[in-house]
Design a protein around this ligand. Structure first.
Ligand code: NAD
Length: 493
């Protein structure tokens, strides 16, 4: 029997081009061009993907429209749900393969990639089982009329996915859109397309009608922009940077369609002087180290009450010094950054922090097993860092944690809410009244008390305020986003 390792090694090679998936078929880019994909693990050429064109996007949108008006659109909600449940089972059965493929393509530690694959299966299960529970309404109105409000899909939805959690973000957005009855066109990130293509092949195997799910790989400024601006798209879901989110929203506005924007974050964890530190410390560190800090909801700021500031900083520093960035298949604390540009971006932020005179109080290591060409960065903890610092205000998207002291509850709330972002927040205190008060004052889409990022969060609405975006994905709320309403007014007397 071939091992998963042999299987993945045989399926990916520098001379192999992974094609677009349009109308149930693997298709090269319309101009035959392909993009090189470099492995973040060692910086070598690892695979090639089709460099999707606007013509490819056009073909994919047409295929989706045909499916929506044809075989896919004719299925009942129960039948759609069953297909998603079958896909969930197939993803779970291929979790080891998907995990290894993701770790090689994206550089995530293997355990994180596996967790992503299991979360993807759970998204399909959650949305598959919800598909036929999406009810409409009846409105009491004139006695002579019956008013029904039907929940209907938008039609053809476009999904632009980033590289940091490809499987999870694909699952939450495409899973919900399909469950609601939309036909979909997906543009994965150029740095991490392979697992999404593999899952699309699984969708074909379990019986999804051709065109219900289409994937066009390639560059954001070509394939991504063509999808965002295509007049045949009825709704867009974008996850990525605030700058690209603006371009996508402008494109959506030109076509008068809605868009959910899931953007960045600079999330604070507030540690009061009565916090259970034994419980808090591992979570405070993990919230920034998970996925190398390349997580939109990373807990990238610590706000610590002044009386315990030095003690907490010392304890976090000690943990940082034990952290190891290394080869993703050797169980490191974190893998490499996704690409060289991201590695440089993080190092550049650290340089700017040094220029501001900030002190590094805890630094992990790049392990000896990390291949020299890979894009590794040692995890770094800086304290104290003023609230106005660039490292406190801007999203680094790397393993960089900053700590700032605060005096009282009001001060903590003001600092926590004092960036342009509003994605997530954490509160650590044994005082239930205080932690509830503070949690309710946070301008963030998710607030955690005495925990952070607990569980996979598949069932929990997620999204931001301000520069973190708008609209909600995940949970039942995410399913509703992929529908609109149609009101039927029927005179009967
Ligand atoms: P990015 O904006 O560069 O790319 C995201 C996607 O958009 C990619 O598929 C890319 O190809 C595409 N794209 C790029 N230019 C485009 C254009 N002009 N038109 C249409 N599409 C285009 O972001 P990234 O670097 O891949 O991801 C990092 C950012 O994403 C961070 O800011 C992070 O916080 C954010 N993010 C947010 C969430 C969330 O749920 N809120 C989740 C993950 C990542």
């Amino acid at each position: 029997m071939t091992s998963v390792n042999d299987q993945v090694s045989a399926s990916v090679a520098p001379n192999m081009v992974f094609q677009n998936f349009i109308g149930g078929r693997d298709c090269p880019a319309s101009d035959g061009m392909a993009l090189d994909v470099f492995s973040p693990v060692d910086g070598t050429l690892f695979a090639r993907i089709a460099s999707g064109t606007s013509q490819d996007i056009d073909e994919a949108v047409k295929a989706a429209r045909m499916a929506f008006e044809g075989a896919w659109g004719k299925l009942t909600a129960t039948e759609r749900g069953r297909l998603l449940m079958k896909l969930a089972t197939a993803v779970e059965a291929h979790a080891d393969e998907l995990a290894l493929l993701e770790s090689r393509d994206n550089g995530k530690p293997l355990r994180q990639s596996r967790a992503d694959a299991i979360a993807l299966a759970r998204y399909f299960e959650f949305y598959g089982s919800a598909a036929d529970k999406l009810h409409g309404d009846v409105i009491p109105y004139l006695n002579t009329h019956f008013i029904g409000v039907e929940r209907v899909p938008h039609g053809v939805t476009g999904h632009i996915v980033p590289w940091n959690y490809p499987m999870q973000i694909f699952g939450r957005s495409v899973g919900a859109a399909l469950a609601a009855g939309n036909a979909t066109v997906v543009k994965p990130a150029e740095d991490a397309s392979l697992t999404i293509l593999r899952v699309s092949a699984l969708a074909r195997e379990v019986g999804f009608p051709d065109g219900a799910l289409n994937v066009v790989t390639g560059l954001g400024r070509t394939a991504g922009a063509a999808l965002a601006g295509h007049p045949g798209i009825d709704f867009l879901s974008f996850t990525g940077s605030p700058e690209t989110g603006t371009a996508v929203q402008v494109a959506a506005a030109q076509n008068h369609v809605g868009v959910t924007l899931e953007l960045g974050g600079k999330s604070a964890q507030v540690v009061f002087d009565d916090a259970d530190l034994e419980r808090a410390l591992p979570t405070l560190v993990n919230a920034i180290i998970q996925n190398g800090g390349q997580t939109c909801s990373a807990g990238s700021r610590l706000l610590i009450q002044r009386g315990i500031f030095q003690d907490v900083v010392d304890a976090v520093s000690k943990r940082f010094r034990a952290l190891r960035a290394g080869h993703p298949e050797h169980e490191p604390d974190l893998g490499p950054m996704i690409n060289q540009a991201q590695q440089r971006r993080v190092l550049n932020y650290l340089e700017r922090g040094r220029n501001e005179g900030l002190a590094i109080v805890g630094e992990g290591v790049v392990a000896l097993d990390a291949p020299p060409g890979g894009y590794y960065v040692a995890p770094t903890f800086l304290a104290p860092v003023p609230h106005e610092s660039i490292l406190t205000q801007e999203e680094v998207f790397g393993p960089v944690l900053v700590a700032t002291p605060f005096d009282d509850e009001a001060d903590a709330i003001q600092l926590a809410n004092g960036t342009q972002y509003g994605l997530a927040a954490g509160v650590w205190s044994r005082d239930a009244m205080r932690s509830t008060r503070v949690a309710r004052s946070m301008r963030a889409g998710q607030v955690f008390v005495n925990c952070y990022g607990a569980g996979g969060g598949i069932e929990l609405p997620f999204g931001g305020f301000g520069r973190s975006g708008h609209g909600r994905e995940k949970g039942f709320e995410g399913l509703i986003e992929f529908t609109t309403t149609k009101t039927l007014v029927i005179a009967h007397g």
